[in-house]
Design a protein around this ligand. Structure first.
Ligand SMILES: O=C1NC[C@H](CO)[C@@H](O)[C@@H]1O
Length: 428
């Protein structure tokens, strides 16, 4: 299109090119849109022009995911420089107001390549956990409290209770909103397109797994959390009228097991769809050292978790996406040589419930498995990440190989393809 100034300009996006919510489903380009997604937290990192960037690998990973029918990626958009041991380095925010433009341009490159493959992306703007600095690092900057890595302290309850202080800290919230505005109002340095006009962004997400506090969250903490979700999502919508906004919640596991809190936090018109995550091993439903003895318990609780959250979505009349789930390799082992028979069985159970209920017209809008490891490989005998090592699906706070789906995990990839074909065949 030739603009008034004679320059060739990208044609403005047709309104229905954006993913929208139609009743309890996603719609895109006049059709129902189901998410067959991967968690690909490091996609923007691979897109950087130098340093941690590996653009040739990124193109290969995107092509391989596209070939499987993966149409959506869930990506970390922002990270914070921190002393915490098990966090990724470098970070997009080095200090309040100091941003790594080259790393942020990696996200531009990713978005440009995603558009070429007509995929969509969910971009999360913070992290409740330490592996990208996250909310704890904001408190270190603005409260002066030590950023305590729970991998070091082994005290997650204290970590969660302190991290939730982020929601109440005005200076931290102000910087967080500065960063939100920087990303949402960004102009892609590769395509020249403003992010708010990018129809390949499915949604902005407040954070990865934001929790109200720890398992004993108080009514006051819960009220602060509900207010933070509503006001932050409302702030994003004030900047960007085109895109959806989601919370990044895990569901009840991230809501102190309080269904009313989960409903209250997601009832606001500012949250367009619900999210939930499913972690049988992390939540001690499954013991990978005793698979046969714990499988029945794990799958019974998983089925209930999968189905009960779809019922909660019905209550709110909004779509819901299962945007994280995983299980470790047989053994258990972190080694890529280990088989994935138990994980494949778990994936099939999850996929079948998601597909069956989506095909019935229930408000489940799809899934993102955790997480795409692709061509990445663990570099160290202890499987821990160090700067300079490949990025894989497991962020630096976990062993590199714990939950990743690698390009050599053929049985898992075939399963993803099988259910991608089914979900993409749903016509509504
Ligand atoms: O968001 C997350 N949820 C669970 C993943 C696997 O434990 C974890 O790596 C990540 O922090």
């Amino acid at each position: 299109m030739i603009g008034a100034c004679g320059m060739v300009e990208a044609a403005p996006a047709a309104n229905n090119d954006f993913v929208t919510v139609k009743n309890t489903h996603f719609a895109r380009k006049g059709h129902a849109y189901y998410i067959v997604g991967a968690n690909f937290w490091y996609g923007g990192y691979l897109g950087a022009a130098s340093g941690v960037g590996e653009r040739a690998r990124l193109l290969k990973e995107l092509d391989n995911m596209k070939a499987l029918g993966i149409n959506n990626l869930r990506v970390l958009a922002v990270s914070e420089k921190t002393e915490m041991k098990s966090a990724v380095r470098p970070a997009t925010t080095n200090a309040p107001g100091q941003y790594d433009e080259e790393l942020l341009a990696g996200l531009d490159f990713l978005m440009a390549e995603v558009a070429k493959r007509d995929m969509t992306v969910v971009l999360y703007l913070n992290n409740f956990w330490q592996w990208s600095g996250g909310m704890t690092q904001y408190l270190n900057w603005f409260e002066g409290t030590p950023a305590l890595d729970p991998n070091v302290t082994k005290d997650y309850e204290t970590y969660m209770q302190k991290t939730a202080g982020f929601y109440r800290n005005a200076a931290a919230q102000a910087e967080y909103r500065n960063v939100i505005a920087k990303i949402v109002k960004r102009v892609n340095t590769i395509t020249g397109k403003p992010y708010i006009e990018d129809t390949h962004i499915l949604s902005w997400q407040l954070a990865n797994e934001p929790r109200p506090g720890n398992s004993k969250s108080t009514p006051e903490e819960k009220a602060v959390y509900v207010k933070w979700v509503d006001e932050t999502a409302g702030y994003i919508h004030s900047l960007d009228k085109n895109h959806l906004v989601s919370s990044g919640s895990e569901g009840l596991a991230g809501s102190a097991q309080d269904a009313q809190l989960y409903l209250d936090a997601h009832r606001t018109k500012n949250i367009d769809y619900l999210t939930y995550h499913l972690w049988p091993k992390n939540w001690s439903w499954f013991d990978s050292n005793n698979p046969s003895g714990t499988w029945d318990n794990a799958i019974t609780k998983s089925r209930d978790y999968l189905n009960s959250h779809i019922e909660l979505a019905k209550k709110l009349g909004k779509p819901i996406v299962l945007e994280e789930f995983g299980l470790d390799r047989d053994g258990p082992s972190f080694s890529i040589k280990a088989t994935t028979k138990i994980r494949d069985r778990f994936y099939r159970e999850v996929f079948d419930i998601v597909y069956t209920r989506a095909a019935k017209g229930d408000p489940i809008a799809g899934f993102n498995f955790w997480a795409w490891g692709g061509a990445g490989r663990a570099a160290n005998a202890d499987y821990w990440w160090k700067p300079g090592n490949d990025f894989v699906g497991d962020p630096p706070q976990e062993e590199q190989g714990l939950y990743s789906v690698f390009d050599s995990d053929v049985s898992s990839l075939l399963l993803i393809k099988e259910y991608a074909d089914k979900l993409h065949a749903i016509k509504r």
